[in-house]
Design a protein around this ligand. Sequence first.
Ligand SMILES: CC(=O)N[C@H](C=O)[C@@H](O)[C@H](O)[C@H](O)COP(=O)(O)O
Length: 228
Amino acid sequence: MEKTQLLEQIKGKLIVSCQALEDEPLHGPHIMARMAMAADVGGAVAIRANGSDDISAIKHATKLPIIGLVKRVYENSHVYITPTKKEVDELLDVGVDVIALDATNRKRPNGDSLEEIIRYVKEKEQLILADISTVEEGLHALHLGADFISTTLSGYTDYTVREQPGPDVELVEKLVHATDAPIFAEGRIECPNDAKRMIQKGAHTVVVGSAITRPQHITKVFVDGMND
Ligand SMILES: CC(=O)N[C@H](C=O)[C@@H](O)[C@H](O)[C@H](O)COP(=O)(O)O
């Protein structure tokens, strides 16, 4: 899908992340495809998904645009969201609308630089969603050619570890003031009010995962809430 059309379609709306890793109860392409169908029926405007198998199944189940990533852990690096060109190639092969990749300042595997990987994706004329944890990382990724910024990794880099649960509203606000580029609010958005607040703060769109597609997470929220 073309960039302007995609931005129009997702403006002020909900993107659902449908992901279950190997160690999660709902792991498997069939189940993730069903999750994506459910998100579609419920009114989501795009899907965020991990790995060729899930993405391929989801593409058969829904026509919604897909933000694809490949999570893979390498030795000697904390970067695991589309860390190298190998994962980019896997996403190019399966076909996605946007490639999401880690754009933090952390060292990447294989000695690749963020600049190199962004250049590689742009050469393939693919849209890039840069997953960041700070304002500086967001601005840097835009400078290198990323199309959009997502707050995905706030709280997951060792320099942004958070005491507070819930989404990083402050990071969204700061990014909105720092750039005109579209900001995706993502990470620990737990309820409709959180999502609405992010849009009111100027986020272009909102990505919700665990609160919709990880029943073990939802169950724990109930269990903990009942024990308070
Ligand atoms: C940090 C990391 O690896 N985030 C991943 C990125 O793709 C996913 O596991 C999250 O579910 C996604 O970002 C949505 O966030 P939340 O599940 O909190 O709504």
